[in-house]
Write a protein that binds this ligand. Structure first.
Ligand SMILES: Nc1nc2c(c(=O)[nH]1)N[C@H]1C(S)=C(S)[C@@H](COP(=O)(O)O)O[C@H]1N2
Ligand SMILES: [Mo]
Length: 303
């Protein structure tokens, strides 16, 4: 920690670096933020979707505390030509698709970088960041899929052009056809999404009353309703919220379910966010399996 610095350079009037202590001494912003990996629910998409398989577990929630990025950028003085801000982590390695060693690096458009809720987080749930989650400092980009929230941050570069690193232009891009670059769209804001946590898929449960639980979230405003079906989508019931609404945070929900008769039950959940967005029955498939917000569907057997 005595050697770590956060450097800020590029299209700024005063390039400089910040020590951990300096960042700790600046005004802090605290926000509850849910981070969903863009590859969450990839396995439920399509067997052809490439990438790591998180099942439905590629989502987490925490209270993050740190310095607003715009405070740091304003101390350095953005130049008029500034267009994007690039964030570089300390992790680096080889890629299978091209020669060379690459650091994990991603950019944000200036507008999102200057949003008061885009922070350089130093604390997670009131404690210094755990190593796995980015110690000493990480970016937190509320509302965007997890890839934007660069961990082990050590360098910020303000640029006057669009960043072309592989974690920006090869990974985290929606496309269906490698040969056709015209349909490529960057992965950014989290779509409204929800999952069933309990019971689990293929679980055998006893006859009687159960509580179906899960979580719902959206990058476009708080989720306002979650509906659950225990009859394969024929009828839907409104679930009860366990958490208050907050723009960037998931809300856990529950529904009492009286499983009176033995048999197979298809349980589904769909959520609605404050901007009126809901799930498609099936999300649009893309080659890398990003952004699957199709309706989560499990089958449970009542004994
Ligand atoms: N430096 C660095 N930051 C990173 C990554 C990475 O590989 N290296 N992975 C990103 C991705 S894809 C996700 S989903 C989130 C995961 O954050 P978590 O490990 O705190 O859950 O971190 C993001 N930040
Ligand atoms: Mo991810």
């Amino acid at each position: 920690m005595s050697t770590w610095r956060l450097g800020v350079q590029g299209s700024v009037r005063n390039p400089r670096s910040f020590t951990y202590r300096e960042l700790l001494s600046m005004p802090q912003v605290t926000l509850p933020v849910t981070l969903e990996c863009s590859g969450n629910k990839r396995a439920l998409f399509h067997p052809k979707a490439r990438g790591e398989q998180w099942q439905t577990g590629g989502v987490s929630h925490a209270v993050w505390t740190g310095v607003a990025l715009r405070d740091i950028l304003s101390m350095c003085g953005l130049l008029d030509r500034a267009r994007e801000v690039v964030f570089e982590g300390l992790d680096r390695g080889e890629r299978t698709d091209r020669p060379g060693i690459f650091a994990y690096a991603r950019s944000l458009p200036l507008e999102k970088a200057l949003h008061p809720h885009t922070i350089i987080a130093l604390h997670k749930n009131g404690k210094p960041l755990p190593y796995k989650h980015g110690f000493p400092a990480r970016l937190i980009v509320p509302g965007w899929y997890g890839m934007a929230s660069v961990k082990w941050l050590h360098r910020i570069v303000v640029t006057d052009h669009a960043f072309q690193g592989p974690f920006q232009t090869v990974d985290y891009v929606y496309y269906k056809d490698e040969a056709d670059p015209s349909h490529r769209r960057p992965v950014t804001v989290m779509k409204v999404n929800s999952v069933i946590a309990r019971p689990s898929d293929q679980e055998i449960v006893r006859r009687g009353v159960h509580t179906v639980t899960g979580a719902a979230w959206s990058g476009e405003g708080p989720v306002v309703q979650a509906h659950v079906s225990v009859d394969a989508g024929r009828t839907w019931q409104e679930a009860e919220w366990l958490d208050p609404p907050f723009p960037y945070a998931w809300r856990r929900w529950r529904l009492r379910w009286n499983a009176a008769r033995p048999g197979a039950y298809d349980i589904m959940v769909k959520a609605l966010d404050a901007s009126g967005r809901t799930h498609p029955k099936e999300a649009e498939w893309n080659l890398k399996g990003y952004g699957n917000n199709g309706i989560h569907h499990i089958r449970v057997y009542v004994d």
